[in-house]
Each structure stands twice: as structure tokens, then as C-alpha cells.
Design a protein around this ligand. Sequence first.
Ligand SMILES: NC(=O)C1=CN([C@@H]2O[C@H](COP(=O)(O)OP(=O)(O)OC[C@H]3O[C@@H](n4cnc5c(N)ncnc54)[C@H](O)[C@@H]3O)[C@@H](O)[C@H]2O)C=CC1
Ligand SMILES: O=C(O)[C@H]1O[C@H](OP(=O)(O)OP(=O)(O)OC[C@H]2O[C@@H](n3ccc(=O)[nH]c3=O)[C@H](O)[C@@H]2O)[C@H](O)[C@@H](O)[C@@H]1O
Length: 437
Amino acid sequence: MKIAIVGTGYVGLVTGVCLSEIGHQVTCIDVDEAKVDKMRAGVSPIYEPGLDELMQKNIEAGRLFFTTSHQEGFQDAEAIYIAVGTPPREDGTANLSYVEEVAKSIAAHIDSYTVVVTKSTVPVGTNYRIKEMISAGVEGRALFDIVSNPEFLREGTAVQDAFQGDRIVIGSDNPKAAQVVEEINKPFGIPVYHTDISSAEMIKYASNAFLATKISFINEISALCEKLGANVEDVAAGMGMDKRIGSQFLRAGIGYGGSCFPKDTKALVQIAGNVEHEFDLLKSVIQVNNKQQQLLVDKAKARFGSLEDKTVALLGLAFKPQTDDMRESASIVVSQQLVQEGARIQAFDPIQPEMAAQLLPPEVALCQTLKDALTNADCVFIITDWPEFKKMDIPMASQLMKSPVFFDGRNCFSLEYAVSQGIEYHSIGRESVGVKR
Ligand SMILES: NC(=O)C1=CN([C@@H]2O[C@H](COP(=O)(O)OP(=O)(O)OC[C@H]3O[C@@H](n4cnc5c(N)ncnc54)[C@H](O)[C@@H]3O)[C@@H](O)[C@H]2O)C=CC1
Ligand SMILES: O=C(O)[C@H]1O[C@H](OP(=O)(O)OP(=O)(O)OC[C@H]2O[C@@H](n3ccc(=O)[nH]c3=O)[C@H](O)[C@@H]2O)[C@H](O)[C@@H](O)[C@@H]1O
């Protein structure tokens, strides 16, 4: 089938590449010329394992194209996917201006029956708004239908998720359009769940909010574990053995970040508010997460008294491993706090995200290597559980640092291992070990 995808971010590009891999003729459209030039040359503008290889393969096979022109991309497309960003506004509501711009452009350019598929995460009711906007602009030139097809991929495993996702949700009020989207996705072999448009929109927000709730829940339990002498890793493992609870998303840490959980939880609170419902549970989830991001600095202050002139090796800038995405990463909040406390920061991330210089305070020294970050540091802060940090040469690190004091926001090491390495180790929801005072 001939498909156009508007927006080539984490969702649009992965969707476009994977749809071309299963045999569709796909044109990806983006307003960012530099991005489009890069993609035409077979280079992904984002770091996503496995994506470059699949891109190059499908460009060579003549199934994958890139353009900045909506008109060119929409030519003969049977389905147009909307995959542009829906970033948060100041008040937490979703900014729908990019989606609306695309709706207007679709209205201006289509001239035969088209299925418009919304992949962007949009508040309940938005697909009807898109429908109205296209209807108003198309002026009867062409027929079209709207399908809500929310995306559930995770950054860092996006390609794998596209081929092995748990479900594909198709929300539509027209069985013919729903069938088109089911046909497009058939080769993936993933279970399809059909629903109405509003329920599909809600499934996306409810899923992210539920996962965020699980994380904040285990983080609250981790605080209790620290106070009561329990070990949150053992508690989570024991809880997770109950199939009704499940073992995933019970990793305590410095809180969730990324472009979606923080944004979508805030947006759902606003969506609820619009219909006069106080979503108290979700408000608490957000509050717990904000508190959690302060934890490492609080622990370091308790340990050192003052962080004035202390050098901190900040390890990990991305919000999770295997991505270059720093949106709402704990590294931003933590470095702002450290700067306020008068600490010096030597930061390192294996991917060295392009966004780092923009998003971090100017005082942060961005290091090229792990060794540079560790040299003469008074302590380490682990923000992202990159494999490079989990298997770090600790004797080497201890030699480079002024003192081997570790504050680990991701519980990368077992307590036994930390003791065996002779470091002072403060983690989340577990007793501190190796403290010599
Ligand atoms: N990042 C993720 O892991 C996931 C994101 N989502 C949702 O998918 C949507 C997209 O998210 P990301 O891919 O992260 O966004 P992104 O911000 O990485 O990419 C959006 C892209 O759209 C382009 N764009 C904006 N306006 C355009 C226009 N008028 N025409 C053509 N291109 C245009 C931008 O230049 C940019 O390249 C959001 O609603 C997000 O909530 C859903 C699931 C996972
Ligand atoms: O809507 C979205 O954008 C996506 O949001 C998340 O995916 P993503 O943000 O890429 O990454 P996750 O693996 O979910 O991690 C999110 C954050 O939670 C943290 N996390 C995750 C799991 C856990 O047990 N503990 C924990 O602190 C991670 O470190 C990270 O900061 C969802 O998992 C995807 O299903 C969804 O499509």
C-alpha cells in the first residue's frame, strides 16, 4: 500500500521504516530540511538501535522515500499517518498546533479517498477535531476517514517493539477504514484491538498513566524500605512473582523521565479537569516523581554536609539507556540542583546527546570519556543505567576519583558487589554500604 507519514521523530521515522520493511511504499515527510537530507542519505537523525540498517535496506529496495513537501508525499497515498509532536504547554495541556497544521495540509492536498491515521498522542476528542478541520478544508473534493492508532513503542527498543508489540489499537467509527489499517499492519502479526475513537485515545493516556503509577508506587515503597531496613530490589522481585502484579515497571530509581510519561500524565490530569474530575491519584504520581528526582542531591547533601566546590561525575544524560533523548531527563533537574548547591559537574553519556549543551546549565562540563568525568571527582551520580556504567571498572574509577563515593539512582550494582569493590555506595531503597565515618 502507498503510505505517507508526517513527522519523522522517534515515532514517525520508526513507523515509516518498519512499514516499508513489511512491504509498503512509504514516504516520510518532515519540515526539517536538514533531517530530511540526512535521512535521504540513509542516516537516522535519532539514535535508535537497528534503525539505520533497516532504513538503508528499504531505501535501496525502493520502498522508502523522504521529502519536505506534504503535497509530494501525499500524492496517491491511500493512508496518511500523523506522527508530529504534541509537546506540553506551560499549563500541562497538549499543544496540538502541529497536529492541526497537518490536518489543514491534508485538507489542502488530498484528491481521492484517504484514511487519515493519528499516531500522535492526542487528548480524547482530538480526532473528531481533526475530522472537522479536514472536512472544512477539503470542501467535498475527496472522501476521507479518521482512525486513531496510538503508538506504544519505547525509545531504545522501538524497532523491536514495532515487530513484537503486545497490541495494535485501532479506534474508528467506520469499519472500512479500520479494516484498511488492520490490513496495513497484518504482516507484523501483532494482536489487533478494535474500538471506538475516544476509547483508543484514552487507552494511550491510561496505559502511560498506569505505568507511571507503577513506578511512583515502587519509589514510595523504596523510601519506606530505606527507613525500615528492607531491600526494594527483593521486595519488587517478590511482588512481581504475583502474575496479577507482574514484574515489569517495578524498578525503583530517580523517577521516570522522557518525552512521554511526564507529558502524558500532566495532560491526563488536565483532560480530567476539563470534565470536572479531580484525578487525585495521578496528581500524587506526578508529585512523587518530582520528589524522587531530588533524592540523589538530598543524599549527597546529607553525606557531605555541603556540596559547595565538590566535583560530581554525572553519569548518564539521556532519560534511559539506548537513546539520545534527553527530554525531561532527571539529569537536567539534578544538574540544576547541583549547580545551585555550588558543585562542579563533569558529565558523561556514552551517546553524547546533541541536546545536552542546550538543556543543561552552562556550568556543566561535558566530558568526552568516562575517565574524564571521573577524574578528581568527589563522588559519582549515576543517572542512567547504561551497560557501560553497570560494567564500569570500579578499581580504575576509584583511582581516578578523590574518594570512591557513589550515589546510584538506578541501582546498577548489588550491595554485595559494591562491598567487594570497597566503594561507599548509596542507592535507592537499600541500605548504604561501605560508609566509613
Ligand atoms: N517518543 C516516543 O517514544 C513516543 C511518542 N509518542 C507520541 O508520538 C508523537 C510524536 O512523538 P516523537 O516522535 O517523540 O516527536 P518528535 O518531536 O521526536 O518528532 C516530531 C517531528 O515532527 C516534525 N514536524 C512538526 N510539524 C510538522 C509538519 N507540519 N510537517 C512535517 N513534519 C512536522 C518535526 O520536525 C519532528 O521531526 C507525540 O504525540 C508523542 O506523544 C507515542 C509513543 C512513543
Ligand atoms: O508514549 C510513549 O512515548 C512511550 O512511553 C514509554 O516509553 P519510553 O518513555 O520510551 O520509556 P520507558 O522504558 O517506559 O521508560 C520511561 C521512564 O521510566 C523509567 N522507569 C521505567 C521502568 C521502571 O521500572 N522504572 C523506571 O524508573 C525509565 O528509566 C524512564 O525514565 C512507554 O513505555 C511506551 O509504551 C510509550 O509508547
